[in-house]
Ligand binder design. Structure first.
Ligand SMILES: [Zn+2]
Length: 208
């Protein structure tokens, strides 16, 4: 079985979406005589590879811990959208014949550009395309940048259309080493209770 870790590394250099809490990891205390080292971690809930729960964009909707774990584990398809220039549109998705209930991850130019600095011109999901996926009723949607939505855009549908249909969004995936195709997704957000999102370790596997 081959395993692809598609999570971003977390350290003091991890890029965060502008305005979000910077990630900081420092020594909390160091007591070598007790063989004890502890770190203090300060981070926003949407740091690195993370899940947006419905309550991120929809008032009163489900929090992270109330999404069924089955949503996060199961067959999944990575779509090659590296040809999409600025955004992923309905026409880009239609050719993949996406079906109800699918777990869909999109690989874009973002993965090829890397995650070492924040890029304003990242490839995002277009509002109409978000409506399209929400109407289809996919199970989960993942994208390889820190937000699914265009920076500064007033069109909130990339979040609201999916999340209002209880379709969680995984953001901050690194798909640079993954080819398009069918995999098994294992996405495990930390079990924070009652909040709108949280960091996750995400891997893809397939049988060789
Ligand atoms: Zn987010």
């Amino acid at each position: 079985m081959e395993i692809f870790d598609i999570s971003l590394p977390l350290n003091n250099k991890t890029v965060v979406y502008p305005g979000n809490v910077p990630l900081s990891i420092e020594v909390h205390h160091e007591m070598p005589e007790h063989a004890t080292h502890l770190s203090k971690i300060v981070m926003g809930s949407h740091t690195g590879t993370h899940v947006d729960a419905p309550s991120h964009a929809v008032q009163g909707a489900s929090s992270l811990d109330s999404i069924p774990i089955e949503t996060f584990v199961g067959p999944c398809r990575v779509l090659d959208c590296t040809g999409s220039v600025s955004s992923i549109k309905i026409s880009d998705l239609k050719k993949f014949d996406v079906k109800r209930g699918e777990r869909i991850l999109v690989k874009t130019q973002n993965s090829l550009s890397g995650f070492d600095k924040f890029r304003d011109d990242y490839v995002y999901l277009d509002g109409d395309a978000a409506d399209y996926l929400a109407e289809l009723g996919i199970m989960i949607f993942g994208i390889d940048y820190f937000s699914v939505k265009q920076r500064g855009s007033k069109d909130q549908r990339p979040h609201t259309s999916l999340l209002s249909k209880n379709i969680p969004i995984i953001e901050g995936l690194d798909l640079s080493k993954v080819s398009a195709g069918d995999y098994m997704l294992i996405c495990l957000p930390l079990k924070f209770v009652g909040i709108e999102g949280g960091p996750a370790r995400v891997i893809l596997t397939y049988k060789k």
